[in-house]
Design a protein around this ligand. Structure first.
Ligand code: FAD
Ligand code: FES
Length: 283
């Protein structure tokens, strides 16, 4: 059992939890994730390990309520326990000293998920810029956390309520126009954002590593549900990633596979709203 030590709402339906998980905290590195199961009827939910404290044996997760499991997770309070948590899973991000700037591009929960990778690149001696995107100012998360780590934090909001009006890709274009020597871009968040950035940087030959988030079931390379095509080859994201060359990912396939359980997910949400429990088992 893993006790929730701290819970904080960042914005509506988006939460940060600090959870006791000494074995995961002891080993995890930037870019890895964990899988949790709230109770014996719960689905396995993959979430990025956004931060950790090895001495205190804690890990931090940031999550959005978007379906039955994440809504149920959000009802847990400090002092409650999560039945099981497995991790760290996936390979750590490959962190190097670059001959130029590292840019982390985050949207949605990806802002928190990109934080440990941005921090690791900073600790490796790089100039690090974080480019964050949100629909509106009130939906932006983790800006201060990134400001404490990165050389610069730039924000784009769709409605112009904060930062630049537009998309994260507009900020990237501006940086390139200004002559920023970008050597690596790390987009993490909604697949459509990762696709757009990858398509933008491909002709410019800027290394673009994406952190993929397909539907996962076991998280250890056995079920095949997380398969994506990268460079024409089938790859299992959980065991071979989660980072891949964004220029080689078959984005349309990845995005259509992400929706393949929509009906079951909707049924699970209705069941949860009616009965207050998840109906058990994975897809
Ligand atoms: C490696 C990885 C890291 C992730 N990190 C985070 C994170 O830090 N914060 C966060 O908010 N979300 C993260 N996600 C997404 C998160 O796992 C899903 O939002 C969650 O599983 C949704 O479950 P649900 O029952 O609430 O919603 P559902 O109604 O079941 O699903 C809603 C949508 O979420 C996605 N999803 C559903 N189940 C899974 C699953 N088992 N694996 C992956 N995606 C799924 C699908 O696109 C689906 O359409 C991550 C996913 C992966 C694969
Ligand atoms: S989640 Fe089962 S193989 Fe990756």
């Amino acid at each position: 059992m893993h006790t929730i030590l701290h819970k904080k709402m960042l914005i509506e339906r988006t939460w940060n939890m600090r959870i006791k998980a000494p074995l995961i905290a002891k080993k995890c590195q930037a870019g890895q994730f964990l899988m949790l199961r709230i109770d014996e009827k719960g689905e396995r939910v993959p979430l990025t390990i956004a931060d950790w404290n090895r001495e205190e044996g804690t890990v931090d997760i940031y999550f959005q309520e978007i379906g039955a499991s994440t809504e149920r997770l959000a009802t847990l309070e400090e002092g409650d326990a999560i039945l099981d948590m497995v991790g760290p899973l996936g390979n750590p991000s490959h962190v190097t000293k670059l001959d130029g700037t590292f840019v982390m591009v985050g949207g949605g929960f990806g802002i928190a998920a990109g934080y440990p990778v941005a921090r690791a690149f900073k600790q490796a001696g790089n100039r690090v810029i974080a480019v964050l995107g949100a629909k509106t100012k009130g939906l932006l998360i983790c800006e201060d956390m990134l400001k404490s780590t990165c050389d610069e934090v730039l924000v784009a909001t769709n409605d112009g309520s904060y930062g630049v009006q537009g998309l994260v890709s507009d900020i990237l274009e501006e940086l390139l126009d200004k002559g920023e020597n970008i050597r690596m871009i790390f987009p993490v968040g909604p697949p459509i954002m990762m696709k757009v950035i990858s398509e933008m940087t491909k002709p410019l030959k800027i290394k673009t590593v994406v952190s993929l988030n397909p539907v996962m079931v076991d998280g250890t390379g056995m079920c095949g549900s997380c398969r994506v095509t990268v460079g024409g080859k089938t790859r299992f994201v959980c065991s071979e990633g989660i980072d891949f060359d964004g220029h080689e990912v078959d984005w349309d396939e990845m995005m259509s596979r992400q929706k393949m359980y929509s009906r079951q997910e909707q049924e699970a949400l209705v069941h949860y709203h009616e009965h207050g429990t998840c109906h058990g088992g994975n897809r």
